[in-house]
Design a protein around this ligand. Structure first.
Ligand SMILES: [Zn+2]
Length: 289
């Protein structure tokens, strides 16, 4: 079986995929440069991937509504403030419309947001169901699929079983598991990372791969603040301070034909370490059978 491994294009180019024997790309606009230069780069990448026949997914958003003031990766779909929620839906509608003419295998969306206030469950679930339904309607309208990236950052919607159950009814929506964010969720909610990864990987439609160090999550994690997403190398061990034994994670994912996207930055030990991570993961997944 072909390993369906690819890279996020923020630190990697579509032209380089073949040389690294990668099968796919995930376009994301990143943070370097002006909004319009980032958008142009993203569209050029989608076009090139389409021309070369390389499967491509798009990490939303590429386009932002005129009134959008928040960080581009914020997700307001589940916020109590209706005007904020509307902006997020407007963002999705705008992107699906402007990207309609391209060949996009699936879209990746940050969905749960960062919500620290516990709400009355029924009230929250009503909003959650309504938001999922609206995304389903939008993706049906544009005949595409949207994968919601799992995060443990919303106190009302973080249990892995709850995610599976809530997404199950929707044909155009799916689950994406990101190894780094899942690790942080396991820190925040004190669950066993490996067993939850095993459980979720049966339900996920795609994966993001990166790792980190340290026992704290996000802003409390100095290593993460400094190094952001670190490229996975098979020899990274938990006993050396890494989030998980990288080999164990690769072994769980080795038989899947679902997209595995390396979503790392070259901040930790530089460009070489980042690129070597890609080479080693590709070769490990190819040879471990
Ligand atoms: Zn991710």
């Amino acid at each position: 079986m072909m390993v369906n491994l690819g890279a996020n294009t923020v630190h990697f180019s579509v032209e380089m995929l073949e040389q690294y024997e990668l099968a796919r790309a995930e376009v994301c606009m990143g943070r370097e440069g002006t909004l319009s230069s980032r958008q142009k780069k993203a569209i050029d990448e989608i076009k090139l991937a389409n021309e070369l026949g390389i499967p491509v997914s798009v990490h939303l958003p590429i386009f932002l509504p005129p009134d959008y003031k928040r960080d581009y990766l914020d997700a307001m779909f589940l916020e109590p403030d209706e005007a904020q929620r509307e902006l997020s839906f407007e963002m999705v509608a705008l992107n699906l419309k402007l990207l309609e003419s391209y060949e996009v295998e699936y879209y990746v969306l940050h969905f749960p947001g960062v919500i620290l206030e516990k709400e009355v469950q029924e009230l929250f679930e009503e909003r959650l169901d309504e938001s999922l339904e609206r995304l389903e309607v939008l993706s049906r309208q544009y005949n595409c699929s949207i994968l919601l990236e799992y995060f443990g950052s919303n106190v009302n919607f973080y249990r892995p079983e709850q995610w599976i159950e809530k997404l199950r009814p929707y044909r155009h929506l799916g689950l994406l598991i990101d190894t780094g964010h899942l690790y942080f969720a396991s820190v925040i909610w004190d669950f066993d990372f490996i067993s939850v990864l095993k459980m979720l990987s049966d339900h996920a439609e795609a994966f993001h791969l990166w790792t980190t160090k340290g026992q704290y999550a996000y802003r409390e994690n100095e290593f993460y603040l400094k190094n952001n997403h670190v490229a996975i190398h098979p020899e990274q061990m938990k006993e050396d301070g890494w989030a998980f034994d990288s080999k164990t994670v690769l072994d769980i994912l080795k038989d899947t034909s679902k997209p595995l996207i390396i979503e790392a930055t070259p901040l930790y030990l530089g460009e070489k370490y980042y690129q070597n991570g890609i080479v080693k993961v590709a070769s490990y997944l190819k040879n471990v059978k």
